[in-house]
Design a protein around this ligand. Structure first.
Ligand code: FES
Length: 569
């Protein structure tokens, strides 16, 4: 342990305060020794490893094996690895939704990073909300921290096609809803969609966030996409342990990596990937932890200059294993080079320019397109503003139907998820393919907690007629694996009293992608009448729900809790 003159390190960090520091350390050593460590080991630098293994988290099935490999890297470099559990969030396993608990995981992880004795950390995450929560925590705790993701699952070959979670889940389920396949067939498909360990095998939220974390510098570029079951994944784990040890000798803090320039690079990558809409909310939350705003209007300008280059589901055809084999993030960044801030550094102290130059030179153009033959000449996401979304909304145009980009129509409104579930498949529902479906009461402040429900199902009676897409809009999110003409994250949300709260079935709404507008075509006097009659949802009585209700911010601020941001608002 440290001498009295040197700053505390290893197990001597963050001693409990009994009024007698030496006694606190004596006590800590004696308890730590009860785990069988020698005094020599207890005096080594400590790398904390955030362990998100959970029987509720299928995506993280390989975490125990990865942690063994991280420990190997730490031990070989002369450190003491100490794993500790944190909240773990698996996308389909939580109610009302995983997003409601992302900030809880961030708070838990930050507290453990700050309170326990460690000189550096390795954060082992992967499933959608885990990487954002860990980066938010790292940014706030601001201790040197490397990220290790579990990696994507492999696609399954099945009857001449490939299947993977979860774009194919939605595609097959839509066919089932339309009556194209029967219950036996959809049951058979259920067992083919997620057949290995790892995160969803398409460019959904988990994969998009892995690419963003690597772009920000928290892990090697190729570590974003190596499959979960590939031996390289274990080598990246070992390297994460070794990297954490190097960070002890030469610290690089998260706040040095998350800068306006690196956040802009991350936005470019998000756009070029045709990545998940959720990543925008998460990036706003991560950047917000160090006081950097993510401006939706700036996103829109970047989107006009940044082509979609990656042909992966849900916007294209390939799977994550194809992206990795095609050259991965290195190949993508090489294509984007002139649009990036190349001086941004990573945890190794290397600039983005060096990282690109030192990566593999191979590229498979079937998956990662050249700039002059893009998948789409403009970026995957755009922002919208207007009388229905004064603080903004977003649309993933790369996954939408261009024929619906300019739509003015009557809307059919669902007041919350229960109302949606009760009426969407009602044969008596007054709805046509030309209508706009609107869901309100599902934003971050609502009891629903901003779930991935924005991809409203096509009403069954229209699905049976062959309707594949309609304009849909809401204050909630959409799975990164979903597709359709879906306007999301409308802010302010209905539960906060935004104009969305006032929309009624029969109102006319106008979406214009060309003008980046989203407008409610109802006279102001009528809206004033409705506003006077509106009342907010009741305050939860206690616990986490109550804290969220009192503190949660809107989507453009990343739906973070206000008191966790540096400005407290
Ligand atoms: Fe975990 Fe998709 S459910 S990444």
């Amino acid at each position: 342990m440290s001498s009295p003159a040197s700053p505390p390190r290893g197990l001597a960090r963050n001693a409990a305060n009994y009024g007698d520091r030496e006694f606190a350390l004596y006590l800590r050593r004696s308890f730590a020794a009860s785990m069988g460590y020698s005094r020599t080991m207890l005096e080594k630098p400590v790398v904390g490893i955030a362990d998100t293994a959970s029987d509720y988290n299928n995506c993280h099935r390989t975490v125990p094996e990865l942690i063994e490999a991280v420990k190997r890297g730490v031990l070989a470099a002369g450190g003491l690895p100490l794993a500790f559990p944190t909240v773990s969030l698996c996308e389909p396993s939580l109610s009302p939704c995983s997003m409601h608990y992302r900030n809880l995981m961030a708070l838990d992880t930050e507290a453990m990073l700050s309170a326990q004795p460690m000189d550096a950390a390795v954060l082992v995450g992967g499933c959608d909300k885990t990487v954002p929560a860990q980066l938010m925590a790292a940014a706030s705790a601001d201790i040197p921290a490397a990220l290790l993701v579990v990696g994507p699952m492999l696609a399954q070959r099945f009857e001449g096609e490939r299947l993977s979670a979860c774009t194919d889940c939605r595609r097959w389920w839509a066919r089932y809803r339309a009556g194209e396949v029967d219950a036996a067939r959809i049951g058979e498909i259920e067992g083919k969609l997620a057949t290995t360990a790892g995160t969803c095998g398409v460019m959904g939220t988990a994969s998009t966030m892995a690419c963003i974390a690597a772009t920000l510098g928290f892990m090697p570029l190729m570590a974003a996409s190596a499959p979960a079951v590939h031996a390289d994944r274990l080598r990246f784990a070992e390297e994460a342990g070794a990297l954490a040890m190097r960070l002890i000798a030469r610290p690089v803090r998260p706040s040095e990596l998350i800068t306006p320039e690196s956040v802009e690079n991350a936005l470019r990558v998000l756009l070029a990937l045709g990545g998940s809409t959720n990543a925008l909310v998460h990036l706003a939350a991560i950047a917000g932890r160090v006081g950097i705003p993510v401006d939706l209007r700036r996103l829109d300008r970047l989107s006009e200059e940044t082509p979609v280059l990656v042909d992966l589901k849900p916007t294209g055809e390939g799977y994550m294993e194809d992206f990795h084999a095609a050259g991965g993030l290195v190949a993508l960044l090489r294509e984007l080079k002139d649009l990036l801030h190349l001086g941004c550094k990573d945890l190794y102290g290397d600039t983005l320019e060096q990282r690109i130059a030192e990566g593999p030179a191979f590229v498979d153009r079937a998956i990662i397109h050249a700039r002059d033959t893009p998948v789409s000449p403009v970026g995957g996401l755009i922002s919208l503003f207007g009388s229905l979304a004064p603080d903004g909304a977003i649309l993933k145009r790369s996954a939408a139907t261009p024929g619906l980009f300019e739509t003015e129509a009557r809307c059919v409104v669902f007041d919350g998820l229960e109302d949606l579930a009760r009426r969407i498949d009602d044969e008596a529902l007054d709805v046509t393919p030309e209508d706009i479906l609107v869901l309100k009461g599902a934003g971050p402040l609502s009891p629903a907690g901003m779930p991935e429900a924005g991809h409203l199902p096509i009403p069954r009676k229209l699905a049976r007629q062959g309707v594949k897409d309609m304009v849909r809009m809401s204050d909630c999110r959409m799975s990164g694996t979903a597709f359709g003409t879906v306007v999301l994250h409308i802010a302010p949300e209905a539960a906060a009293g935004g104009p969305l709260a006032l929309v009624r079935t029969g109102d006319r709404v106008r979406l214009s992608v060309r003008e980046r507008r989203l407008d409610l075509l109802v006279p102001e006097e009528e809206l004033a009448r409705r506003r006077a009659a509106w009342s907010p949802p009741p305050k939860p009585r206690r616990g986490w729900d109550r804290l969220v209700h009192e503190q949660v911010l809107q989507a453009p601020q990343g739906a973070d809790l206000a008191f966790l941001r540096p400005d407290g608002c």
